[in-house]
Design a protein around this ligand. Structure first.
Ligand code: ADP
Ligand code: ZN
Length: 437
């Protein structure tokens, strides 16, 4: 494979040099942190009063974790470390799990973010010859402007189409010869289903790559999108507290996402004991940003579950790779006492070729018990007067799910296009159980 690097000297930097760079940048970031009301107090409690109190990277572990609630409590300016007149942009999280948090950028912060983003995009093989349609929400959400700026830095022609409006997306793709798109995986599945529905021919498009992120998806979903659309799909990970996209991205090897370790320090902890897990094991990702002066955030508990691949990547980049995020530690559902992650359900149903591109998980109370219903879309051919194939498929989905999650769900099959589609992050779970039970 012909790999291309945006910044080869940093991307392939020997680990010892990379760690020395991390230490230097960590000290600098501690300096920014000490200028914020929140961290002045927090770091003071562990005796960190100036950047030189950090002697080695291991000293990072002296610093208490920062949580989403800390950021919420610090709203609006508790985490701001530069004078307000030096701030040029703010972004906010999507608010998937509650009140959104706000992040500020200086002009240099934006340049660094854009550069990291360009590194990700260039690393997938994109060049200035590409036409990039950014089919994701713009606005406060970081996914839109993040990839937009990175795409421009690479020199691609960027079409800021935003999310939704599939008919217009097809028209733009055809009119301008789109070669690369960015979207949530659920929107890509929706686009593919819509293509078939309205009769847009694959041959009328020249698209060859997609960046898919902002929500969890399984390897089966990636393969499904790749084979249905005949494109390469690259996993993109980020969170607004850490700038947004560009935290970790897949290279052309598509085997895990390189996390840019000159810009972030990543730790994986056991969410119960808060101790580091063994290298390679799955746990909660904790991140420290090293590339933002306006809003330093140290040891942030992302709640995202992942682990490192331990073997080096064939592309030659030395920055470690994260496994696909399977979900957040707080999206676990407890159904009649059994722990279930929505990603386990997705993995089963997206691996079955009869199942369509959209699904919904519903949990309700039925008397004293919890009742799990999995609704999936299926192709039109199965809805005939003969209900046997339909019932057989339902039964097969139910049995396969039962083996995987140890719960027997109710399965409902719906015609394609009939389950709700969200323009932002997909809403895959409806938990209708009363909250106080
Ligand atoms: P919110 O936390 O309110 O959803 P963000 O827009 O900052 O707001 O979203 C970041 C979160 O989105 C991450 O913490 C993670 O849970 C999820 N996410 C982003 N990219 C991916 C990805 N490639 N795979 C799985 N989850 C992802
Ligand atoms: Zn690689």
């Amino acid at each position: 494979m012909n790999f291309q690097y945006w910044e080869p000297q940093i991307e392939k930097m020997p680990r010892s040099e990379l760690e020395a760079l991390q230490l230097q940048k960590l000290r600098q970031e501690i300096g920014y942190a000490l200028a914020t009301p929140f961290y002045r107090e927090r770091l003071g409690t562990v005796g960190i009063k100036n950047p030189d109190d950090i002697k080695t990277l291991a000293d990072l572990r002296r610093i208490p974790f920062t949580t989403k609630n800390d950021l919420r409590d610090g709203f609006p300016y508790g985490f701001l470390s530069i004078p307000k007149e030096e701030v040029v942009r703010l972004h906010a999280s999507s608010g998937t799990t509650g009140t959104p948090t706000t992040i500020y950028f200086s002009s240099d912060d934006l340049k660094r973010w854009t550069n990291n983003m360009a590194r990700c995009i260039f690393g997938t093989g994109c060049t200035k010859h590409d036409v990039f349609q950014n089919m994701i929400s713009y606005g406060l959400f970081t996914g839109g402007l993040g990839l937009h700026q990175g795409g421009e830095a690479v020199g691609m022609l960027v079409i800021p189409s935003g999310s939704g409006n599939t008919a217009r997306q097809f028209k733009l793709m055809q009119d301008f010869g789109t070669t690369v798109v960015h979207a949530t995986p659920s929107f890509l599945l929706h686009v593919e289903a819509k293509m078939r529905e309205v009769g847009v021919k694959r041959e009328s498009l020249v698209i060859k790559r997609a960046f898919a992120g902002a929500e969890p998806y399984s390897e089966d979903t990636r393969r499904r999108i790749e084979s249905l659309l005949n494109i390469d799909v690259y996993n993109s990970y980020g969170l607004s507290e850490m700038n947004g996209p560009s935290v970790a991205f897949e290279c052309q090897c598509k085997n895990g996402m390189h996390i840019w370790e000159d810009a972030y320090i990543a730790e994986i902890i056991d969410p119960e004991t808060l101790e580091p897990v063994k290298e390679g094991e799955i746990g909660e990702l904790v991140l420290t940003i090293l590339c933002r002066e306006a809003t330093p955030v140290l040891r942030y508990r992302s709640r995202d579950l992942t682990g490192f691949y331990t073997e080096p990547c064939p592309c030659g980049r030395t920055h470690r790779r994260l496994r696909r995020i399977t979900g957040r530690s707080d999206d676990m559902l407890i159904i009649n006492g059994v722990n279930v992650f929505p990603s386990q359900i997705e993995e089963v149903i997206m691996g079955m070729k009869e199942v369509g591109n959209n699904y919904l998980i519903v949990v309700e109370k039925e008397g004293a018990l919890d009742r799990l219903t999995v609704k999936t879309e299926v192709g039109p051919d199965i809805f005939t007067d003969d209900s046997r194939p339909l019932n057989a498929l339902k039964e097969r989905i139910r049995e396969t799910l039962q083996v995987s999650i140890s719960i027997s769900p109710r399965v409902e099959l719906h015609e394609s296009g009939s389950l709700p589609v969200s323009e932002g992050k997909a809403v895959r779970v409806q938990d209708k159980r009363p909250k106080d039970v």
